[in-house]
Ligand binder design. Structure first.
Ligand code: GDP
Ligand code: IMO
Ligand code: MG
Length: 427
């Protein structure tokens, strides 16, 4: 059976955690393929809210195998804290959470390097989560990194010391404070903790599951507009957040990919720096932020808010090969009488375009809007698509016509139960 992918189509925080948890019972396995503790995936059910950073969002569904793939960068200290936070929920994570031996390790010095590099960027800072993501991927590509499999080696400490020493040399030039004793103690304790989990050849594990017809869902982190190649570079993360990242981050061949679920908010948000053509700086933006509780799940920073951006969404659909769309947070737009949708941009020379261009980073693109009538009424308690207000269904029809991909799920609240199938495509 082919592997289905679930990816964010915007700047992250689209609601991936909620939907992976919702869909997980249809699958035997959920596998994360990139990113690391920069991610914050929120799940809500039974009145409890959980935020996962590195652990796949299938963990709360019993009998589902969860895999941390080779494309992920793993901070063992944060991993240990995440597992400990789950301990009161009677989950058997040591049996159903599998970690690739090829997953890269985030060292304490990677986090310090992240801080040093951000500081040196001054006004051009990326607004990184400072979890060490960039420096760890940098070491991976430079062929210097340490991987989870290395912790089983008798020479792990030597390998660690060699890399940490290299980092210290760089950190000294950034005048960083360098007392690592506490960090390192925590790190080595967390490494021992990590050894209790199944550390596996995940590409074999996953491909054997594919061969035996097990349904698998690959869970993305961040969003397409933060992709290192296609996002608003340099204001991006350091991995491929798009479909190709699932192939390289799990060892799945492209012809083994099935459905590509693209998930987007009914509007847009962004945390950190970088271009955001439809960003609102007015009262509407403030109301959106308040109604959507738009604060980062990892850093608590306020998320910038704005109207839905169709050229950006079309771009993400194209790059990922999206086959089905899931629209999140429709309930947040219930506060507005009118809803704007950006259908193109006006460049500084007055010309209009409808693509997400290279110039998005340097040029001030003015959004061209179409205005649709809002539904302006609560969606609480609605369970069926046909019971949604006609204006909301018109909004979805408008998007489908423009995007040419069906919207099959509409989410109207953070809880697992506040999820409406439009076309029930999974049995
Ligand atoms: P992720 O990173 O893509 O998993 O998304 P986050 O968890 O960072 O952010 C999504 C936020 O929106 C979380 O607080 C979710 O609980 C919340 N959320 C998800 N779906 C909905 C929805 O349909 N309506 C509302 N109001 N909140 C939602
Ligand atoms: P999830 O998976 C939203 C943003 C950061 C910063 C940029 C680079 O929850 O959707 P990094 O720490 O990767 O070097 O930061 O990317 N960013 C996210 N924004 N959601 C995320 O993950 C993000 N992960 C990173 O704010 O602008
Ligand atoms: Mg998030």
């Amino acid at each position: 059976m082919k592997v289905d992918l679930l990816l964010g189509l915007q700047w992250g925080d689209e609601g991936k955690g909620k939907i992976v948890d919702f869909l997980a019972p249809k699958y035997d396995m959920v596998a994360r393929f990139q990113g690391g503790p920069n991610a914050g995936h929120t799940l809500e059910f039974d009145g409890i809210k959980h935020v996962l950073h590195q652990i796949p969002s299938g963990i709360f569904r019993h009998d589902i195998k969860n895999v941390i793939g080779n494309g992920v960068v793993l901070d063992p200290v944060i991993f240990r804290k995440e597992i400990e936070a789950l301990s009161k929920f009677e989950l058997d994570a040591k049996k159903n959470l599998f970690i690739s031996k090829k997953t890269q390790l985030i060292l304490p010095t990677h986090r310090l390097l992240d801080q040093a590099y951000e500081k040196s960027k001054g006004d051009n800072k990326i607004g990184s989560t400072l979890k060490g993501i960039g420096p760890t991927y940098q070491d991976k590509i430079a062929r210097l990194g340490l991987r989870v499999g290395d912790i089983l080696s008798d020479h792990f400490k030597e390998k660690y010391d060699r890399l940490a020493k290299k980092h210290m040399t760089i950190l000294k030039t950034h005048e960083m404070e360098l007392d690592l004793t506490e960090y390192e103690n925590e790190f080595f304790k967390a490494i021992q903790f990590l050894k209790q989990f199944p550390l596996i050849e995940s590409e074999y594990f996953i491909n054997e599951a594919i061969q035996s017809n097990a349904p698998i869902l690959a869970e993305g982190a961040q969003g397409s507009l933060l992709d290192v190649d296609f996002g608003s570079y340099p204001f991006v993360t350091s991995s491929n957040t798009t479909s190709s990242g699932a192939c390289s981050g799990l060892g799945i061949a492209p012809n083994k990919i099935g459905e590509v679920f693209g998930i987007f908010k009914a509007y847009c948000t962004r945390v950190g720096s970088g271009p955001f053509p439809t960003e609102l700086f007015d009262e509407d933006g403030e109301r959106m932020q308040k109604e959507g509780r738009e604060f980062g799940a990892t850093t608590g920073r306020p998320r910038r808010c704005g109207w839905l951006d169709l050229p950006a969404l079309k771009y993400a659909i194209m790059i990922n090969g999206v086959t089905q769309l899931f629209m999140m947070k429709a309930d947040v737009l219930s506060i507005f009488e009118d809803i704007k949708v950006c259908t193109g941009y006006r460049k500084t020379d007055g010309s209009e375009i409808d693509i997400f261009p290279y110039e998005v980073v340097d040029e001030n693109l003015e959004p061209v809007y179409e205005v649709l009538k809002g539904w302006n009424t609560s969606l609480d308690g609605i369970n069926e698509y046909d019971d949604l207000p006609v204006e909301l269904r018109n909004y979805i029809d408008f998007l489908e016509v423009n995007l040419n991909v069906p919207v099959n799920i509409v989410s109207i609240g953070p809880d697992r139960t506040e999820t409406i199938w439009r076309n029930k495509v999974l049995a």
